[in-house]
Design a protein around this ligand. Sequence first.
Ligand code: AMP
Length: 470
Amino acid sequence: MTDIAASGPSSFADFGLHPDILKAVVATGYTIPTPIQAQAIPVVTNGRDVMGAAQTGTGKTAAFTLPILHRLMPLANTSASPARHPVRALILTPTRELADQVADNVKRYSQFTPLRAAVVFGGVDIGPQKEEVRRGCEVLIATPGRLLDHVEQKTINLGQVGMLVLDEADRMLDMGFLPDLERIIRLLPQQRQTLLFSATFSNEIRKLARSYLTEPVEIEVAARNATADTVSQIAYKLSGDAKRAAVVHLVKSRGLKQVIVFSNTKIGTARLARELERDGVRAESIHGDKTQADRMKALEAFKAGELEVLVATDVAARGLDVAGVPCVINYDLPYNAEDYVHRIGRTGRAGASGEAIALFTSEEERFLLDVEKLIKREIPRGQLDLPASLSASSRGERPARSHGGRGDRGERGERRRYEAPAKPADDFFFRPYVPANGTEPVRGEAPPVPPRTSAKRPLAVLLGGGKKDD
Ligand code: AMP
C-alpha cells in the first residue's frame, strides 16, 4: 500500500472536476476542500483504489462522491431509456440514515448533470424503490441486506458497476454484514475501482482491503482515536438511580435543545425517552427496532429543534450529521471505548464548540478509564449537585428506572414537571452555550494513534448495541 502525505489543492477549482460538478460545489457553498477531500479527490479521479481513515464530519462523502461523479460524466446522457442508465457506482453504507444522507449529497452534487442517483434501504416498503431503480440510476446507494433483496427480485443488476464504495466499513463488519458484502462483491465485475472508508484500520478492515482492493492508496487525515479540541469533556460520578434526574437537570437548568443522549441498549433507549417525557423533557428515541418511518420522524423533529433530547444507540446515531448539537450525554458509557469517540463527535462539529458529558457509576468507572487510555487524555471529574426535588425522586419516591410504572405520576395521575432549582448548585451551569458558527469542518491534528483497546463488541451485540440494522 502506498502512503501519501501530500497536502493537495487548496481550492476545488484545482481538481479539474467537470464544470457541472464544480458548479454544484460552488452552489453548495464550499470554498476550501477539507483535508480528506484535498487528498482523496485527485487519487480517486485518477482511478486508484483508496483506503481512507476518516469519520463522518470530515467531509468524506464529498471526498468520494465528487470524483466518482466526475468519472461518470463521459457516460452521462439524457436518454429516457433505463438501459442507458445502468448502475455504474455502488455505495454501500451500514445504516439507513447514512444511506439517506449520502444519497442527499450525491443528488446535490449531481444536480446540474443528467446522472441519476437512487437509494435503497431496509425497513420500508420495497415497492416504490423497485419503481425508482427500474427507471435506471448510475449511482446507487444501498444498505447491504436490502440491496440483496433487490438483486434477488431482479430489480437491480450489478453487472456494470465500475466503482464500489464501502462507507463506514468498520461499522458494516461490526454489524455482521461481512457475508452480505462478500455476496455483493461477487456480483460485481472484477475490473473496478474500490474505495473503502473506515473510522479505524483494524486487522479485520485490513483483511477486507487485502481481499477486495488493488494496491490502494492509504489516506488518513482524521483523528482516529482523538477527540476534537472544540469539545469540552466532563464526567460525573452518580448512582445509577440518579442518572435520569441528572439528564433532566442538565437539560432544563441550561435550557438545552438538541442534546443526544446515548444508551447502550435498544430497550434502555426507548425506556429512557419515555421516562424523560414524563419528566417534562421533550424526548424521542431512535434505535434499530423502530420502523424506518418512526426513526425518520424522530430525526426530523430533532433536526428541526423540536426536541430537547434524542436518546440513541450507537448504531442508530452513527453518521448522523446534525449541525449545532450543543451537548452529548453518555447515559451509559460504551463497552467499546472507540464508540465514545464516535459519540462525542456528534457535537463540536464544523468548528463549533460542544460539550460531552459522561454519567458513570462506580461499576462503570473502568469503561471511563478505557476511554481515557484510548484518547490519551484525562476527562475531568465534576460534581453534579441535583436539586432536592430530583434527588428525592432518585432516592426512591420516583425511581429513575421505573420501567414505565406508576412512580412517574403525581397523586392525581398528572405528569410531574421539572422545576428548575432557584440557583444551580454548580458553576458549570453558568457557562454559556456557544452556538454553531457555520465555519468549515477542518479538524485539528491527530495525536499519535494508540493501539486499539480490546473490543467488547460481542457484549454490545448481545445487548442489542450492534444489531444488524438493515
Ligand atoms: P461528511 O463527513 O461527509 O458527513 O461531511 C460533514 C459535513 O461537512 C457535511 O455537512 C458537509 O456538507 C460539510 N462539508 C463537506 N465538505 C465541505 C467543505 N469543503 N466545506 C464546507 N463544508 C463541507
